[in-house]
Design a protein around this ligand. Structure first.
Ligand code: ZN
Length: 77
């Protein structure tokens, strides 16, 4: 006789990234950081920066010629 042990684990969460071009301010969300390996902007080919997003975090983006870029990160909880 054998025992069957079922291990239940939470589904693996994918790490998300907020991505922005340092030059033209192109913005994107990478939904799986493990598969995201871009280092340059698809529009201007300059360097991009990224920041991790937590599961319940969202952001809004605004650009104004006078004030520049404004990014507002929010927690949905
Ligand atoms: Zn760019």
């Amino acid at each position: 006789m054998s025992d069957v042990i079922q291990v239940i684990t939470a589904p693996e969460q994918k790490r998300r990234l907020f991505v922005i071009c340092d030059n033209c301010f192109w913005v994107a969300s990478a939904i799986d950081a493990e598969k995201f390996d871009a280092t340059s902007c698809p529009l201007c080919n300059e360097r991009i920066s990224s920041s991790p997003l937590v599961d319940n975090e969202s952001y809004s983006y605004n650009y104004d010629e006078r004030r520049g870029v404004e990014v507002d990160f929010r927690s949905s909880r």
